[in-house]
Design a protein around this ligand. Sequence first.
Ligand SMILES: Cc1cc2nc3c(=O)[nH]c(=O)nc-3n(C[C@H](O)[C@H](O)[C@H](O)COP(=O)(O)OP(=O)(O)OC[C@H]3O[C@@H](n4cnc5c(N)ncnc54)[C@H](O)[C@@H]3O)c2cc1C
Length: 362
Amino acid sequence: MTKTQTDYLIVGQGLAGSTLAWALLQAGKSVLVMDKYEFQSSSKVAAGIYNPVTGRKFVKTWLADTIFPFLENHYQQLETSLQAHFFHPIHSYRPFPNANIQRYFAEPETHENFRYFGTVVSDLPMYKNVVANELGGIVTQHSGWVDLPVLLEAFQRYFQKNNLLLSDSFDWAACQLADNTYTTATQVINFEKVIFCEGFLAHQNPWFNWLPFSPVKGEVLTVRFDEPIALQHIINQGAFVVPLTHHTARLGATYSWHQLDWTPTPTAQEELIDKYKKLMKPSISVLNHLAGVRPATKDRRPFLGLHPTYGQVGIFNGLGSKGVSLAPYFAQHFVDFLVNQKELDPEVNINRFTSLYLGHEK
Ligand SMILES: Cc1cc2nc3c(=O)[nH]c(=O)nc-3n(C[C@H](O)[C@H](O)[C@H](O)COP(=O)(O)OP(=O)(O)OC[C@H]3O[C@@H](n4cnc5c(N)ncnc54)[C@H](O)[C@@H]3O)c2cc1C
């Protein structure tokens, strides 16, 4: 048996685990990331969009002013460090769905509020035969998408090359909190803290299954345009269309709180194509169809923090449908708490649910 010492054992090499491990390494800590890739990963299905103006009401997303400048820097630097190309900044175009939203964006206060993020345009003539946009719309800057499978592979290569990857699935019986060890067939790992980043599967974790997750199934299509189109924006209204090449695009995504599995369904495909037809004019065919489950939470805020009883056990999860925007900022925020003893933002600290833990223990 070999003995290994690490500051942090990170369980899960999805977007959350990878980003947190990276932030800990930058802070000078040692990490060991554990994943056998035998479970489904939401990150491998996601379209990877980040967009500061979201929702049916076109609102600036939570903490947009803080997290968007942060994420752009983060992914740009990461491309250099990991020597891979996964960051695709591209403006978004959102046609106005109705006259109320159109009027709202005509008000000077709205312009002021959105100045950093968007420009109201009455029309984009280049999309005359492409997008249904009779009322004009808003072009959002500081948006784009991250190719998460490429990013995760680059992280995996980096962790492997530096002997920071343990190819295993976490087994609770092998973990002893009395002496902070995790024992495999060949080694005993001594850790200062173990941090769980299991995405949707956190509901199976006996230390954190009391947290109020509210997982949401989502489905996305890769589609082919019958005729090539030079889309210069992500088109987003009801559904999103992310241009991949002049011939192909990603079309998504659905939201369902039922049948939480990774199986693509004909109903979701129909729903997406219906929405596409309301938004876009060119005809398409479907090339690929994927489904996944977003690790969302009841109060729509991430879960960061340490277990109420076992201070050496932590969680970084609950990124919901906005992992790409939230992960970089909150991984750094968590590291500031873990390493530099800064306070966690009460909105994300899992201690907001301690009463659920106490109830669950009774
Ligand atoms: C259809 C769809 C579209 C989406 N679109 C977007 C989008 O456009 N923009 C956006 O920001 N977000 C999007 N998301 C959400 C995004 O995918 C998530 O926010 C994010 O990827 C969650 O990352 P995670 O690391 O928490 O979880 P995951 O990616 O699920 O990773 C969890 C990892 O933990 C591992 N694991 C679990 N249990 C164990 C164990 N016991 N031992 C070892 N390893 C374990 C798994 O193997 C996996 O690798 C979308 C999601 C879906 C489903």
